[in-house]
Design a binder for this molecule. Structure first.
Ligand code: IPE
Ligand code: MG
Length: 223
């Protein structure tokens, strides 16, 4: 969900106003995609590298998350959306962790759409964590090294339970992955757009989906 800061700066507003607009854009996108029949949506909210930002900005983003979880979980549940968080949640503040647990509990049964929010998430860190879990199981004699398959590793990723993404949309003009879903996106289609995240409305999402529908997916095979 890139481009919040620039969106605000272009309007002469503080970057945090952009994050606030970005959080509304997330709500709207989730509801729209659910109505279109999308079953899995994964968004990148905060990376393991985003802690490098000024502390005021980091705490503004965390406050917005708390606000979102407080205000929106009931509405998400009414829409039968399950909301879960992927990443290392340990360093987050207690109140946010509590709200995340509550969100997990309240929405666990919902099966209309699974929305995964990557928070303090890094793709490499996710793979390392999975490798360590498998390593421990091998050391315990529970698993043989030859049982370390793609499926076994994928089952230890934060994303376990969701299929690999068909389409990865990167708004905000940058053309890079930035440590997002490194393992899962090996055969995803990528859509890059200069549109800033707060401006990714229904029309812009439609454009990304239309482009995806024109892609010819071969997964390394031939047509
Ligand atoms: C993305 O918007 C949101 C987060 C990383 C939390 P940015 O804050 O990166 O916005 P730009 O890229 O500076 O415009
Ligand atoms: Mg950015």
């Amino acid at each position: 969900m890139d481009g919040n800061g620039r969106w605000a700066q272009r309007r002469g507003m503080p970057r945090t106003a952009g994050h606030s607009a970005g959080s509304e854009s997330f709500r709207r996108a989730a509801y729209y995609l659910k109505d279109l029949g999308v079953k899995y949506l994964t968004v990148y909210a905060f990376s393991t590298e985003n802690w490098k930002r000024p502390p005021e900005e980091v705490s503004a983003i965390m406050s917005l998350l708390r606000k979102y979880l407080l205000e929106s979980i009931e509405e998400m549940c009414r829409k039968n959306i399950r909301l879960r968080f992927l990443g290392d949640l340990a360093p987050l503040d207690g109140e946010l962790k509590r709200l995340i647990e509550r969100t997990d509990e309240l929405s666990r049964q919902n099966d209309g759409m699974l929305v995964s929010v990557c928070l303090n998430y890094g793709g490499r860190a996710e793979i390392i964590r999975a490798a360590q879990a498998l390593g421990r199981r091998c050391a315990d004699g529970e698993l043989r090294p030859e049982d370390v398959t793609e499926e076994a590793l994928a089952a230890e990723l934060y994303s376990a339970g969701a299929p690999d993404p068909d389409l990865v949309i990167r708004p905000g003009g940058e053309k890079r992955i930035s440590n997002f879903l490194l393992w899962q996106s090996s055969y995803s289609e990528f859509y890059f757009t200069d549109t800033l995240w707060p401006d990714m409305d229904e029309r812009e999402l439609d454009k990304a989906i239309a482009e995806y529908q024109r892609r010819n997916r071969r997964f390394g095979g031939v047509k």
